[in-house]
Design a binder for this molecule. Structure first.
Ligand SMILES: [Zn+2]
Length: 440
């Protein structure tokens, strides 16, 4: 009886998984990023924020510094508004509500978070990152939801950003820049009087500024971690998740290094009206190139794309050892997983929106190799190839498809780029037409 039950349940599980995948593919509707009401609402509110923040700067600072800060802010907020109007942010009601609910959860037990004016925006950006502005606007990249594992980790990242705002880090950095710039002017004046070693003195001065800036940035990150964690640990969220979000950040890198099996090319590009041509896979000979160097470089890069993450992790481990305890997070929490699913589905549309058609195609091939939602990714493949055709015709392909770079790209990505650059215009058109019109 028991023996019979097991295979039956396995069949059932298999069926469910299969069915769920199927229904997921059919039911996914891309986020409506043009929700005008929400966007207009934000813009109106943000213009009021601009006015009150400008006033605040006038009361807190004076003289040339106040002018400097206000000019910076003016330039920034104008640029930011342009970006919003251009559509670089996602105004999805549910997603924004979810993000604001996390913020409320943090604020509930943290009286030091006084402001009620915090605003969160979600950027159409696939990278694991978040940032904040001194006027209490926070930006969470959609990539946070695809690379992080649960709500607790998102809360951890948000606490760190809130701490930056409470500690006025952006203003302090700008103040330092202002002092540096004033000093530079004086130094240049003084240098004119110097007879010897002028360039050496100037270089030493520049080096000191750069070093101070880096050091200052590192210290700000440490401070934001400490205060961020102090806010975080009062919330309901798992202490371990605070550390884990940083560890995931360290691990995070672009999708480029992920390997793509060469078989997928024949599978996808052998079409009824255009047989697969092995010559498409030919690439320049980089055999002399040592790929272990590449791996090292990637490791270095992933650390430098989030500078000092390694040091931050070590510091948190030693200051807050409770973050090393086993996580109590329920990883299957539905609301987070729902947004994670959305974020992952939005990844290719985001590359497409960003006009990075090459990477969009590369990611489509990766998903097709995993046999994930083939219908969805084939449609995007068609769309992206159509854009490649257009840019090839207008001689702008360089903008949308990377050139091969033996030092900075993985072997698989170089193979992909060789394939793309090998295709002739008529071949590209055939592929675009097939995937655009033939909905298999
Ligand atoms: Zn930071």
């Amino acid at each position: 009886m028991i023996q019979k039950l097991i295979p039956k349940s396995i069949v059932l599980v298999f069926f469910l998984v299969f069915f769920l995948n199927l229904s997921r593919a059919q039911s996914y509707i891309p986020l409506d990023t043009t929700s005008n009401a929400l966007r207009e609402n934000f813009i109106t509110k943000y213009q009021l924020t601009n006015i009150s923040y400008t006033k605040k700067l006038k009361t807190d600072y004076d003289g040339k510094l106040e002018k400097y800060l206000n000019n910076n802010y003016k330039t920034f907020s104008e640029e930011f508004l342009k970006e919003i109007k251009r559509g670089n942010f996602i105004f999805d009601e549910k997603l924004l509500q979810y993000a604001h609910a996390i913020l409320e959860e943090i604020k509930k037990n943290a009286p030091e978070v006084k402001s009620n004016d915090f605003q969160i925006l979600i950027a159409k950006d696939n990278s694991l990152n978040a940032y904040c502005f001194p006027d209490e606007t926070f930006v969470l990249n959609l990539g946070l939801f695809s690379w992080l594992e649960n709500e607790d980790q998102v809360a951890g990242v948000l606490c760190h950003e809130i701490a930056h705002v409470i500690l006025k880090h952006s203003l302090k950095s700008q103040e330092r820049n202002f002092i540096d710039e004033t000093r530079s002017k004086n130094t240049i004046e003084a240098l004119k009087e110097e007879k010897y070693d002028r360039s050496e003195i100037a270089f030493g001065y520049l080096k000191r500024i750069l070093y101070d800036t880096a050091e200052n940035k590192k210290n700000q990150e440490f401070q934001a971690d400490s205060l961020g964690y102090a806010l975080y640990k009062k919330s309901k969220y798992s202490k371990a998740a605070f550390l884990k979000s940083l560890q995931l950040m360290q691990k995070y890198d672009s999708i480029k290094p992920i390997g793509l099996n060469i078989k997928i090319y024949k599978e996808i590009f052998d079409l009824p009206n255009q047989k697969f041509n092995e010559k498409w896979l030919l690439k320049e000979d980089f055999s002399s190139y040592n790929y272990t160097n590449f791996k090292e470089k990637i490791n270095k890069d992933s650390i430098s794309s989030h500078p000092d993450t390694k040091k931050r992790i070590e510091r948190i481990k030693s200051l807050f050892p409770e973050t090393l305890e086993k996580s109590t997070v329920n990883n299957a929490e539905m609301s987070f997983l729902n947004f994670q699913k959305i974020a992952r589905f939005e990844s290719v549309p985001n590359w497409y929106y960003d006009e990075k058609y090459g990477i969009a195609i590369y990611e489509c091939l990766l998903r097709l190799e995993e046999k994930k939602d083939p219908q969805y990714y084939k449609e995007w493949l068609g769309k992206a190839f159509k854009k490649i055709v257009e840019s090839r015709k207008s001689y702008t392909l360089n903008r949308h498809l990377d050139r091969i770079d033996a030092v900075n790209q993985s072997e698989s990505y170089q193979q992909f780029l060789s394939f793309m650059w090998n295709l002739k215009l008529n071949e590209l058109i055939e592929i675009a037409n097939f995937y655009e019109f033939n909905k298999n």
